[in-house]
Design a protein around this ligand. Structure first.
Ligand SMILES: [Zn+2]
Length: 255
């Protein structure tokens, strides 16, 4: 059992105010954030960590994204999850597991494209996605997969498929989870997903401004940092505006 290699997929960009990314940031400054799901090649088959934006939004943004369409910046056919998988040399039908960090629209847009995959999400996240409080409902879209029967529901931190550690990291959403795994040559990867939106979130007490609960989010960041330090791992903040400066996108595979 093990994770043999992993890559990051360039699934476009979304925008947010700086104060959304960093709680003390400038609300008038717009930041451009990559959408970068991770693909893992494991002894149990291919595992996808989030599925990016909904491909039908390219043709019909009003129906698919509603008011959130204004947050989508760059998203063309080359950025859909299926085309990014093909770029990595993987046919979408080969995806055996989809693990959602949480159920916001920029992480679940391609879920419906993997009808034969096994899906995993935190029970707390699905519960909130089905009945979000009004203040946080905008990112949970009815056009995105929410059917409870599709998911294996996880109940807190756990290991899955032998060598993938999923950590319950609430704060951005009530049921957010982050991922940790180790590669043979590249070492340990710590993927906070949206428990951090920038590398600045990982330093000091500056959580994002988007969270359902900032104190929990700050605690989740501390947990990520502690795990990374203990395992000598590298933290990859996939939404950081400078993410691609430090990271090679697919078709490059980290081994
Ligand atoms: Zn996100």
């Amino acid at each position: 059992m093990g994770v043999k290699r992993a890559c990051f997929l360039n699934c476009g960009t979304v925008s947010a105010p700086h104060s959304g990314i960093e709680i003390f940031g400038d609300s008038h400054q717009t930041m451009i954030l990559p959408v970068a799901p991770a693909l893992l090649d494991t002894d149990d088959g291919y595992v996808l960590y989030d599925t990016g934006l909904h491909p039908d939004g390219i043709e019909d943004p009003d129906r698919i994204w509603g008011d959130m369409k204004s947050a989508v910046v760059d998203f063309g056919p080359e950025n859909t999850i299926t085309n990014q998988l093909k770029l990595a040399g993987v046919d979408p039908s080969e995806i055996k597991y989809v693990i959602n960090s949480h159920l916001h629209f920029d992480h679940t847009g391609g879920n419906h494209l993997f009808p034969h995959a096994t899906f995993m999400v935190q029970k707390t996240e699905l519960r909130f996605a089905l009945h979000p409080s009004d203040y946080f409902s905008a990112c949970y879209l009815d056009t995105h997969m929410k059917e409870p029967e599709k998911y294996i529901l996880l109940d807190g931190s756990t290991t899955v498929l032998g060598d993938i550690l999923l950590l319950f990291t609430p704060g951005h959403t009530p049921g957010h989870q982050s991922m940790v795994f180790s590669l043979p040559k590249s070492g340990t990867f710590v993927l906070p997903a949206d428990s951090a939106h920038s590398y600045a979130n990982m330093e000091g007490n500056s959580p994002s401004g988007f969270g359902t609960y900032s104190m929990e989010e700050a605690m989740s960041v501390r947990q990520m940092n502690a795990i990374a330090e203990y395992l000598h791992g590298k933290v990859w903040v996939q939404h950081d505006p400078d993410f691609w400066k430090d990271c090679k996108p697919a078709p490059y595979w980290y081994e």
